[in-house]
Design a protein around this ligand. Sequence first.
Ligand SMILES: O=C(O)c1cc(C(=O)O)c2c(n1)C(=O)C(=O)c1cc(C(=O)O)[nH]c1-2
Ligand SMILES: [Ca+2]
Length: 676
Amino acid sequence: GSGDDAGATAAWMRETAQYYTASEVDAANVEKLGVAWEFTGFAVRGRTNRGVEATPIVVDGVMYTTGPWSVVYALDAKTGKLLWQYDPDVDGQFARRTCCDAVNRGVAVDDGMVYVATLDGYLVGLDAKTGKPSWKVDTITDRSRSYAITGAPRVAGKNVVIGNGGGEMGVRGYASAFDKKTGKFAWRFFIVPGDPAAGPDEHPEVTEARKTWDPKSAWDLGGGGTAWDSIVYDPDTNIVYVGTGNGSPHSVWQRSPAGGDNLYLSSILALDADSGRKKWHYQTTPQDSWDYTATQNMILTDMEVGGRLRKVIMQAPKNGFFYVLDRVTGELLSAEKYTTVTWAERVDMKTGRPVLTEQSDFSKGKKLVWPSEAGGHNWPPMAYNEQTKLVYIPVLETPMTFQMKPQPYRPYSVVQGTETGLPAFGDPNDKALAPLLKDQPKPRFEQVLKAWDPVKQKLVWSSKVMPFWSGGVMTTANGLVMQGSADGYLTVYDGRTGKVLRRINIGTGIMAAPMAYEVDGEQYVAVAAGFGGAMNAYFMPGWAAAERENNPRLIVFKLDGAPVKLAALRKPMPLLPAPANFRGTAAQVARGGQLFAENCSRCHGDSTGSGGYPNLWKMTPETHEAFNSIVLDGAFVYAGMAAFGDILSKNDARDIHAYLAEPVAVEPATALKSIH
Ligand SMILES: O=C(O)c1cc(C(=O)O)c2c(n1)C(=O)C(=O)c1cc(C(=O)O)[nH]c1-2
Ligand SMILES: [Ca+2]
């Protein structure tokens, strides 16, 4: 970061941009890409079938990556040979503390160390050679709350910085920094104010933020603002940028009834990497009520805007606007819609604030709002290519019906917890929801890859429609763009024109971003396959994710490699009638259905077998017999099926069982079209 090293500056910028300089593979020879090696070792201790979200990092011929349950793998980048594995041994009970699966988005690698943040909230510094931990620190301030970490840490100067998740679980978000050599605590930045009754404000920014909250806010619900994904660092200015999340509870009307912007929800925070003091902030969604997190990946680059070379930071947060800011000063340079947006008309360039529409307000009744809670763009990273000067955004094109959750809340004691979003609006023919459609854009439930000119803030090309929730993106120096999708294809595009150059069928849904590297002059392309994450209960019929076994693995390609081996087809399980002794009365079934929706459905989906987890309508007689020991006592905790005995009584379990024991006859082909 001395400034004299232009090469070093280019390198860290490229890392934020998902831009890879390897250029052996090009439009002319991409047809010859085949499998160099595969790594199939993500099933640690019987824990399988979770989403794989990490982008690997390759340093000196060694690939470092993570799988579900925050397990770290070091692999020979040429052969795929496992060099070491670090399993932080996360208690399977923690699956209950995440909104969206036991996923992990990767490691940071720096100066002989590999850093991983674990689902159960620890930050670990590993020796890159041996995988032995040299330090491990607890990053959680309050273990009575459902904090969990899914994001990758980031090295920022002498510290390593990490946030956490839990915005749907009633937590108070913060980012923490620890000395990268020793793990010694450096600083903590609380993103939202805490309950004033609990003590004084921890630092000046908390006091500043408090002015934008109702003094009578729902403090017991945590406030949210979790930094659960993107953290980036600019060594030239020593600023670390932290993207922050939605409020808890979701809607401002319930969270901070008197209103207020509720800083620093849904914001980009620019913090001094040594002290943690704030240099500037930009709030993308003041008063967030729609789960419009600004945790999406942030790209740092230098580019000409309005005839001047600017140091910029770019983000396409969930809220549907593409933002370009001066990353030194925080000045907003431009903000335009990259997808259909109905919650705001535009961003006012004088005030830097969104102009809200009437449509955004669901405080008095259900509203159809674009984008959905899943966002116009979620965590699968977008990419920026220095040659084409375009950003490639994996865009989710869907609205959702938002509604207030009936009082009282069931906050952090229960895994489920959002008051928005039932159901997502996927079916334009659903008569009951027809009134919401009046004068609104026609609902769609699609994903497209958009090539976006960040200077003109204009669409350049758009891909064909892909199934919902497809993967992250990468781009290479000779203008290729690659993206995986839920239907199990890795697609290679010409980044200038959008022409499809190659589609490689992997047969397993892909969420993670591909990456490229070179060893001994040969180029490799790596991508993790394995469906899950927020989509873990929604394996849609017709997708690879639904038709084939979810076969989490890392696939690495090179020119003249071998053909892909597809995963086995999913075996349909028979719909067995439940033993009569587990059937219940109509009242028990109804109550059980309610409890199921609150406690189980986020992972187990519905009776159509939509989930990547065991379909509970197809339990074997043995599973029926063992129901209470699994659900209440945690017989399968090792595999990630948490025990619920602390919040569900025997009575509750019996009613859930009665609900599941009711005969159903829904064909998978008519499976739900909604995401939540
Ligand atoms: O508010 C939060 O704390 C939080 C955390 C996470 C997470 O940690 O994975 C997600 C979200 N929110 C979220 O809103 C979201 O859409 C989401 C998708 C995913 C995923 O891994 O697929 N995680 C999360
Ligand atoms: Ca969230």
